[in-house]
Write a protein that binds this ligand. Structure first.
Ligand code: FES
Length: 138
């Protein structure tokens, strides 16, 4: 029987170069599998730190960017869902205004090292393999 690896042993995945994420700029969007279903995720830089979430609003499970990679509001203060205007705190993904109530975005662990950004797959969110179907925009 194969030995199960502890969660901490999961290897990180290279995501993008640090220079691709400007402060409060365009997000880096990539495909993942969440609960075995294709989904999109995004990473952006906010107050110097890289944060990442599944691109799925907690109000209605749909993608939130109003243009590809554009997640922040006009003032670049909140993550804004383009569908009904829910606003989320970029630092932790919790809903601060709108129909998302007490919801929050699903965070993805990221790390920045040596000019490279990495993300960590989890039990629920893993990389898309070449054999998996690509996510459809919701
Ligand atoms: S789907 Fe995001 S606010 Fe309704």
């Amino acid at each position: 029987m194969p030995e199960m690896l502890p969660v901490e042993a999961v290897t990180r995945e290279a995501l993008c170069r640090s220079t691709e994420l400007a402060e409060r700029g365009l997000a880096f969007v990539w495909d993942v599998l969440q609960w075995q279903q294709p989904a999109r995720a995004f990473a952006l830089r906010f107050d110097g730190a890289v944060v990442a979430y599944v691109n799925r609003c907690s109000h209605v499970p749909t993608e939130m960017d109003w243009q590809p990679g554009e997640f922040l509001d006009m003032d670049k203060r909140w993550i804004l869902c383009s569908i009904h205007g829910a606003m989320y705190e970029p630092a932790d993904g919790r809903c601060v205004s709108g129909p998302c109530g007490r919801g929050r975005l699903t965070a993805i662990r990221v790390e920045e090292e040596g000019g490279q950004v990495y993300w960590y797959p989890s039990r629920d969110i893993r990389p898309l393999s070449p054999d998996d179907p690509a996510p459809r925009s919701l």
